[in-house]
Write a protein that binds this ligand. Structure first.
Ligand code: NAD
Length: 360
């Protein structure tokens, strides 16, 4: 089996889908691996690292992918690159086919066997392949560091000769994988941390990380244990309580999402107007429109002294560890497709059947 990896074509993407570690594992499983020169550079992996791990380093992306049976990527290659892939090749990555019509078309035109990893069922068996979780961890971590950087205050309490500094009050909105990592990170920086979510089981999870659960009186668990969209009444109740509370919060990190929907708008423009100058909001949900009405994806704005940041692709900011985790997830998935060094597809395995796109 020929495995190919090229440089990512999406602007600003620093991660790579193959690390020297997973390259070694693939080679051991009988694959021959080709990688484009410099593909790992922005994540901290050199061409020599890949050569040592058994890969052939080639001069351009087309050489790396043109003959590949299996193409690994973080984000989907652009349409031109997709059109150059071998017909029927396997493509594995965060492909988001429905996000871009020309991408979907290019993938279908080449009859690719595409496995958009964001479609992977989140079962216990799939945990080792769960790229959404591994990348959300990095995103939650970075979001808190950005907030700490933007805030005009310390996070920890300090007792100094110049007097006592009270700790920052940090609120984490949404306590999924990213939100819980945000709670843990803000806590490690010494802040006073609160979090809330509409799934009641997050209370215990937030508390176990040293945070305080903020009860806004709304419980909304839906299909598959995920959050469901709130009713108008529930949203009104959540907003009434939250608006009051935000007047006494220094930093808000938003991470709330509902599968398959734009990010729920939780922090309204009037709540932002009610916050004290010097407060900071970092909206990790900016990618899907933001949890805060003031968020402008990709921008940092200021409104009456409140800073609102909507950073995109936070996982890419921690490209080395994000890539290590991502590449392991990808390797574990590809291992499902390899039997005795050859490709074999067990369509009775729901991890394949539910991930493949288009649906079979
Ligand atoms: P996500 O990114 O879809 O959502 C982030 C969080 O936002 C969720 O906790 C959600 O409840 C919350 N949210 C949605 N609407 C909200 C609102 N109006 N107000 C406040 N919070 C709101 O979620 P995720 O991080 O991908 O994971 C969500 C769940 O999936 C968790 O329970 C997680 O444990 C579970 N999960 C299970 C596995 C597994 O078993 N293999 C793997 C990963 C995640």
């Amino acid at each position: 089996v020929e495995v190919g990896v090229a440089r990512e074509t999406a602007p600003g993407e620093r991660r790579v889908a193959l690390t020297p570690e997973t390259c070694r594992k693939l080679a051991k499983a009988g694959a021959s691996v080709r990688i484009e020169r410099g593909a790992g550079a922005s994540a901290g992996f050199t061409d020599a690292d890949y050569t040592d791990a058994g890969a052939q380093v080639v001069d351009d992306g087309h050489l790396a992918l043109g003959d590949a049976d299996v193409v690994l990527c973080v984000q989907a290659p652009d349409a031109v690159r997709l059109s150059q892939l071998k017909e029927g090749a396997v493509l594995v990555g965060l492909l988001q086919p429905q996000a871009d019509a020309s991408r979907a078309e290019a993938m279908q035109a080449r009859k690719l066997l595409a496995f958009p990893l964001e479609r992977l069922p989140r079962t216990t068996r799939a945990q080792a392949m769960d790229v959404l979780s591994s990348q959300a961890g990095m995103a939650g971590y970075k979001a808190v560091l950005i907030a700490a950087q933007l805030a005009p205050r310390f996070f920890p309490m300090l007792t100094t000769a110049a007097g006592t500094i009270r700790p920052s009050r940090v609120l984490i909105v949404g306590a999924g994988v990213a939100g819980l990592q945000a709670v843990a990170t803000a806590k490690r920086l010494g802040a006073q941390v609160e979090g809330f979510d509409v799934r009641p089981e997050t209370r215990e999870q937030i508390e176990s990380l040293g945070g305080k659960f903020l009860d806004l009186g709304v419980s909304a668990t839906g299909e598959g244990g995920y959050a469901r969209q709130l009713t108008d009444e529930e949203r009104a109740e959540q907003q009434r309580r939250l608006g009051e509370h935000l007047k006494n919060v220094d930093v808000v990190v938003c991470t709330a999402a509902v599968p398959g929907r734009p990010a729920p708008k939780i922090v309204t423009a009037s709540m932002v107007a009610g916050m004290r100058p010097g407060s900071v909001i970092v909206d990790l949900a900016a990618e899907t429109g933001g949890n805060c009405e003031r968020t402008q994806p990709g921008e940092t704005i200021e409104s009456n002294g409140v800073v609102v940041a909507g950073p995109l692709n936070l996982a890419s900011m921690g490209a080395l560890h994000a890539s290590e985790m991502y590449a392991r997830n990808v390797y574990n998935f590809v291992a499902l497709l390899l039997k005795d060094g050859a490709l074999a597809f067990d369509w009775d395995d729901e991890l394949l059947a539910k991930t493949v796109w288009p649906e079979r």
